[in-house]
Design a protein around this ligand. Structure first.
Ligand code: ZN
Length: 340
């Protein structure tokens, strides 16, 4: 089927589970109630996507507070009690981050609970997102390894362990989120793609990477203002990504300043084309979605195009995110009729 649909990963959480419209939102429940709340929200996320006509569902990232720290919480060798302030994404914003203080090891499974909950309640294909190694090391302070690359490869091995287990849970695609890839362009070529490849090693399910210019929050929007009219960062990193064994690349295309001709550099990949803008509350129409797909088709053969959201929807209003999902599903259907 042409133009299969998916989402970048996250959806807003219900207001009974966490404070709405913010990142790093504190939980409103605790203990066993929190666990059950996470499960219920995961089921809702699955149902909302199914009803909107999404083909490759995610768990909506309902069980994690943040896409990086949700993983780090289950890693031994990290001190969460003594966070330090660090400039992340090349100092685009400051965040209080935990410190790596010893050898890294998974304490236990990280995402088994929500992956199995989602798997048990849908027959659709299931995509599961993990942070990529470069993005992780840009979101944690190092007080042990003394070497960013060494630490990134240590995280890649942990990610690989969890990814293989997610595959065993019945996940059909593991997607690594690497927003740091458009910040540290030389390092992507030097070791970033290699670390990513290591995280995906041995997987027989589909694999993907999501690269982006970030959620629609102020720090990101201000940074985007500074990048000029045309964003050509991807030109430097697409060749290395294209040469990697990762099969899917998810990129923002709607209202993006990335010149779409750069997508032609991804010669052997399935492109998950972002056709829904998450930095704007304006609801796309199905016609808008068709237009974006048509624009992407100039540079990518249609049998290698999927349709997705530009980025995660975690900080959005629920009603808006749901309307956008419906536009995504309806737009892909219309595109099949018109362009198939
Ligand atoms: Zn993103």
């Amino acid at each position: 089927m042409l133009f299969e649909t998916t989402i970048a990963g996250s959806l807003p959480k219900p207001s009974w589970l966490a404070q709405p419209n913010v990142l790093w939102a504190p939980w409103k429940l605790e203990g066993a109630e929190l666990e059950m709340g996470k499960r219920d929200a995961t089921l809702l996320a699955v149902k909302i996507q199914e009803d909107a006509g999404i083909d490759w569902l995610t768990d909506g990232e309902q069980a994690r507070q943040h896409f990086v720290h949700g993983f780090l919480e289950r890693v031994e060798g990290i001190d969460f009690a003594h966070k330090v302030e660090m400039g992340i994404r090349n100092d685009r914003y400051k965040a209080m981050v935990p410190q790596v203080t010893g050898p890294l090891r998974l304490k236990d499974r990280v995402h088994a609970f929500e992956a199995r909950a989602a798997r048990a309640h849908t027959k659709h294909k299931l995509k599961f997102t993990l942070p990529g190694p470069m993005t992780i090391i840009d979101t944690v302070a190092d007080s042990y390894y003394g070497d960013r690359v060494k630490m990134a490869f240590a995280f890649a091995d942990l990610l690989n362990e969890e990814a293989r287990n997610l595959q065993a849970d019945g996940v059909d695609m593991v997607q690594f989120d690497e927003p740091a890839f458009n910040v540290f362009l030389d390092e992507v070529n030097e070791w970033g793609v290699e670390a990513l490849t290591r995280a995906a090693k041995g997987l027989t399910c589909a694999t993907g990477v999501h690269i982006c210019y970030g959620y629609g929050i102020k720090a990101n929007n201000d940074w985007k203002e500074s990048l000029g009219a045309e964003w050509r960062q991807y030109e430097k990193i697409f060749p290395a990504i294209d040469a990697s064994p990762i099969q899917n690349v998810a990129i923002e295309c709607k209202n993006s300043h990335v010149p779409l001709d750069l997508l032609a550099l991804l010669k052997g990949k399935t492109l998950q084309a972002g056709v829904i803008d998450v930095a704007s509350d304006a609801i796309e129409t199905p016609e808008d979605v068709v237009k974006t797909i048509e624009a992407v088709m100039k540079f990518v053969p249609k049998d290698r195009i999927m349709a997705t959201t530009n980025c995660g929807m975690a900080p959005m209003r629920r009603d808006i995110s749901e309307a956008k999902l419906r536009a995504l599903g309806a737009g892909a259907k219309l595109a099949r009729e018109r362009l198939g």
